[in-house]
Design a protein. Structure first.
Length: 529
């Protein structure tokens, strides 16, 4: 464990240097204009420190956000806040993933700290490991919790409100967590937002807040959802900005309710919101911009210390995931063994034209993408890059994704990885190049005595089949019904988050039927004679 601490101490020091470098190194960075402030915000990061690699054009990631902040810092002061659902992918942490997800959450908190996060409003997902986890974050991180509606002020270190004073401007910040975002007793920690805000306003007025002062802004950091935010804006028209979260409503522009502007971005740091404030001007001059967090932003900071941060993060995550999965058995229920799914190698014996087509598609070497991204033990990624994860007919962990008839080959995965070592992206390969790797892998499996290989997206990821096929007839199904079934299976992995081009607009759940039909046709195997 001591060996692991040293790299993170080095990262801490390098990231601290990064934040100072932006502000003070005149040779590399243009001085920030003291009259301009960028109130930047994120939310619904859901534990993601880096792009998963599924998208054609990856978005998000701490190195990329660091690059954005470096660029913004050339012309304005960057003041960073977050409105919750940040540290965990959901409000429940499976016991089997507790070690890896708690490490990821702690490391994400470290990364946000080094990015310069100032204030944080927790959401329901942030309580996935309980209140004690958040208490430790509040005690050990530099960013501060901003919560204005706690019933018991002593339960966690926090501020009830904050104020940013620059030139003529005062920006008042309050943070609210809506009790009804929780499905458990955690809701009892918070008071009702609409009834609490008037009391908070009185506190602000006692400190100098003036509703009608054009140089003062009231900004509500809200973890409630878009509908409650709109009602809050209607009830309190003197609120200038509401930075929302929870509902993951993707607003490219502010949603204006009277004079109140409501803003939210998309999840997982794919976008960062930016309220631009001229601190020498009246609030009517404020503007809003949405920044898309693209890969090329990494280059805005050279060297970018978060690149190594992510490399070390992945290495530790793989170690923890392997340890967690070593405790998982080969079968989900060993006392009631079931027949395993037929893999593509079995299907190809009778369906050669379809097999030849499949081997020319990225599906046939989909697991290669995870190996290249160093996510080969991440069960959240494996589920869409393999067949049968968590199913009695499939496998339970990366270690038993491939089973052997005899003794396993020790360096099996090293040899598989070597087959595509020169490949940067599977998507950039031509069909014949993909087929060459796929066929080489399948031949290696035969030579190595592989019994089942559930890696990659295979025939039964899309098709249904009777367990006794071909000796027992499959249930007849119309071509139309089969197409609907396969489409639904496609959309279970090609979500609006992972494949936004399949949907009508970014963040929408409405499928672009024309695009999906094109994808379906492109990936459809040749019909049987």
């Amino acid at each position: 464990m001591k060996k692991l601490l040293l790299p993170f101490l080095i990262i801490l020091s390098s990231c601290s240097f990064f934040t100072n470098e932006i502000a003070h190194d005149e040779n590399k960075k243009k001085s920030a204009d003291p009259a301009h402030l960028s109130l930047v915000f994120s939310h619904n990061i859901s534990g993601e420190t880096h792009p998963c690699g599924c998208r054609n054009f990856p978005l998000g990631g701490l190195p990329q956000v660091a690059g954005l902040f470096a660029n913004l810092s050339k012309t304005s002061e960057v003041f960073y806040v977050d409105t919750g659902d940040t540290f965990f992918p959901s409000s429940v942490v499976p016991a089997s993933m507790k070690d890896s997800l708690s490490f990821a959450a702690n490391n994400l908190a470290l990364g946000l700290d080094q990015l310069g996060l100032k204030y944080f409003v927790p959401g329901d997902q942030d309580f996935a490991m309980g209140l004690d986890f958040l208490k430790k974050l509040a005690d050990t991180r530099k960013f501060e919790f901003l919560i204005s509606n706690l019933k018991d002020e002593s339960i966690i270190k926090h501020k009830r409100f904050a104020v940013i004073e620059r030139n003529k401007t005062k920006i008042w910040l309050v943070g609210f967590v809506a009790p009804d975002v929780f499905n458990d007793k955690t809701a009892g920690l918070f008071t009702d937002v609409p009834s609490t805000l008037p009391k908070v306003i009185e506190e602000l007025k006692a400190q100098g807040f003036k509703e009608n002062d054009s140089y003062q802004r009231l900004v509500v950091l809200s973890h409630a959802g878009i509908d409650p935010d709109e009602k809050l804006a209607e009830a309190y028209p003197f609120i200038d900005w509401i930075i929302g979260a929870h509902s993951q409503s993707f607003l490219r522009y502010s949603r204006d309710v009277g004079n109140t502007k409501i803003v939210q971005t998309l999840s997982k740091n794919h976008y960062v919101g930016d309220i631009k404030i001229d601190t020498k001007a009246k609030k009517e001059s404020d503007t809003y911009e949405l920044h898309e967090i693209r890969d090329e932003l990494v280059k805005n900071l050279n060297p970018n210390p978060f690149v190594k941060f992510i490399d070390d993060h992945k290495a530790k995550m793989n170690e923890l995931q392997m340890s967690e999965q070593s405790k998982m058995g080969m079968d989900l229920n060993p006392n009631a063994p079931v027949k395993k799914y037929k893999t593509a190698a079995s299907c190809i014996e009778c369906h050669k034209p379809q097999g030849d087509f499949w081997q020319g598609t990225p599906h046939s070497i989909a697991y290669t993408t995870l190996m290249k991204a160093h996510e080969q033990n991440n069960l959240q990624c494996i589920k869409c890059h393999s067949l049968g994860l968590g199913d009695p007919k499939g496998f339970t962990a990366a270690k038993n994704m491939v089973s052997f008839k005899n003794k396993p080959i020790i360096d099996y995965w090293n040899q598989v990885h070597a087959m595509s070592a020169e490949v940067k992206s599977v998507r950039q390969l031509e069909a014949k190049q993909i087929a060459a790797i796929s066929k080489k892998w399948m031949a290696f499996d035969a030579l190595s005595g592989v019994k089942n290989n559930f890696a990659n997206v295979q025939c039964l990821n899309c098709h249904s089949m009777n367990d006794e096929h071909p000796f027992n007839a499959d249930v007849p199904v119309t071509r139309e019904a089969r197409a609907v079934e396969i489409k639904n299976k496609c959309l279970s992995c090609h979500t609006n988050d992972q494949s936004p081009e399949w949907y009508l607009k970014e963040g929408s759940k409405a499928v672009n039927e024309k695009v999906v039909a094109q994808k379906f046709k492109k990936m459809s195997c040749p019909l049987n004679p």
